[in-house]
Design a binder for this molecule. Structure first.
Ligand SMILES: *Cc1c(COP(=O)(O)O)cnc(C)c1O
Length: 428
């Protein structure tokens, strides 16, 4: 698969090199130079999830991976169910939270790990800054994987104890560092390490952040799965997909699925108060701004890093405004949506509730709607309790962790000190 930069298409990369962290030299992001349109989409949608994934990936990546490798990657990474639940007539939740860390980020992180395991020859240190879900997904994806070590930087005391345990109790090749600072400080520290060419080469530093194209490619696969499950219920009309969005990687993956030939009626970009994109789609200027904290905190992004991809992919603003519907939900509306969903028998996390609420506003009569349920409600027990009056039941993956020991180490908010820590971790 040939990838080109969003800014200057003369810069290109292989998929393997981009997955392993190569960046376009012009500061842009990699996008596929072109995507094939599958004329046999109907036949693809009849295939079971693993067979369809292997076939689609073979058509896209067959120039870089053998069929055997792709079968193994699919079996290893995309090994949990993605059920479609009918929440009310004509409105469905695509449940993306049945992976090991109970959020959709497992899909991209596990696929990336499986790809890297077959693409790099020297030992690698995966360095990632997290405010919650990403760190857990990345830590689990690389846990006990030979040739890899993962270092998770997180702001001490600013992630929930449950989130912290999801990445800080694993041990083995996973190192959690509790930084005396904010999430932005963690990101700045990671950036400083990647910018140090000597350190990067010495430790094989590799990023697993959400702009990695490998993560997006894997996510395109579950849009096909949603349509496959709708068809098995005799719902053949192209659905409207509502995507709870922060960095806009998930929506970008949806647009890729559509480009591959998946019939889609429309996409709905759903945000919280961080509404840079809805404000633009409403007709305003595109104005990135600092994020504000909300209850759906994984979507607290004011300058979405994948927007550049979506803009390059979709072409001019007019055609973007034609393909995308959008709106935002504030925290009160989010809590009300969680309450209404609970009354319908669906326990939602705040992110999924934003998607459902905005979908309901933007869905037109007769359309079938699918909202992406991106995390399990039990990852956000306080918000769920505030909305519904009772805490969600703990799934086994989280219950097992309640008494596990947190193995993280304190880390000063200072670049040289972090580099020293990394070097000593990598000597062990
Ligand atoms: C990361 C995340 C989002 C936002 O996804 P993007 O791809 O960044 O738009 C939404 N919901 C949950 C639960 C997340 O963890």
């Amino acid at each position: 698969m040939k990838l080109v930069s969003t800014r200057d298409t003369r810069h290109s990369s292989t998929f393997r090199a981009a997955a392993a962290g190569a960046q376009p030299p012009d500061g842009g992001l990699w996008i596929p130079a072109s995507l094939p349109r599958f004329e046999d989409m109907d036949a693809l949608l009849v295939l079971p999830w693993p067979a369809r994934n292997a076939e689609v990936l073979h058509r896209l990546l067959g120039d870089e991976f053998s069929r055997h490798e792709l079968d193994a990657i699919v079996a290893e990474a995309l090994d949990f169910p993605i059920p479609l639940a009918e929440v009310e007539p004509g409105v469905f939740a695509l449940e993306l939270f049945h992976g090991p860390t109970l959020a959709f980020k497992d899909v991209g992180a596990r696929f990336l790990a499986a790809v890297l395991a077959r693409s790099v020859t020297e030992p690698r240190t995966i360095l990632t800054a997290t405010s919650g879900d990403t760190g857990a997904a990345v830590a689990h994806a690389f846990w006990k994987r030979a040739g890899f070590r993962a270092v998770i930087l997180y702001p001490a005391g600013r992630v929930s104890p449950r989130q912290e345990r999801q990445f800080a109790c694993l041990g083995a090749n996973i190192h959690a560092l509790a930084v005396e600072g904010s999430f932005d400080d963690c990101q700045a520290l990671a950036k400083a390490c990647f910018a140090d060419a000597g350190l990067s080469a010495e430790l094989g530093l590799t990023s697993a952040n959400s702009i990695n194209i490998a993560r997006l490619l894997a996510q395109a696969l579950y849009y096909l799965e949603a349509s496959a499950q709708l068809r098995s219920r005799d719902l053949a009309d192209p659905p409207v997909f509502a995507v709870p969005s922060g960095n806009f990687g998930n929506l970008c993956a949806g647009l890729m699925a559509q480009a591959l030939g998946l019939p889609v009626k429309a996409f709905v970009a759903a945000t919280n108060a961080n509404d840079t994109v809805p404000a633009f789609l409403d007709g305003g200027a595109y104005t990135p701004r600092p994020s504000v904290p909300t209850l759906s905190n994984a979507m607290d992004v004011g300058a979405p890093s994948n927007w550049e991809r979506i803009a390059a992919f979709a072409g001019d603003p007019t055609s973007l405004r034609r393909t995308l519907r959008s709106d935002r939900f504030n925290d009160d509306q989010t809590l009300a949506a969680m309450r209404e969903l609970a009354a319908l028998g669906f326990e939602a996390c705040p992110h999924s509730a934003v998607a459902w609420g905005v979908l309901k506003r933007r869905l037109r009569p007769g359309e079938t709607g699918v909202f992406l349920a991106t995390a399990h409600a039990a990852k956000f027990p306080d918000v769920v309790a505030r909305a519904t009056g009772r805490e969600p039941a703990l799934p086994p993956a989280l219950a097992d962790l309640e008494h596990a020991a947190v193995l993280s180490k304190p880390q000063a908010n200072e670049g040289e000190s972090l580099k020293k820590t990394l070097r000593s971790l990598c000597r062990d």
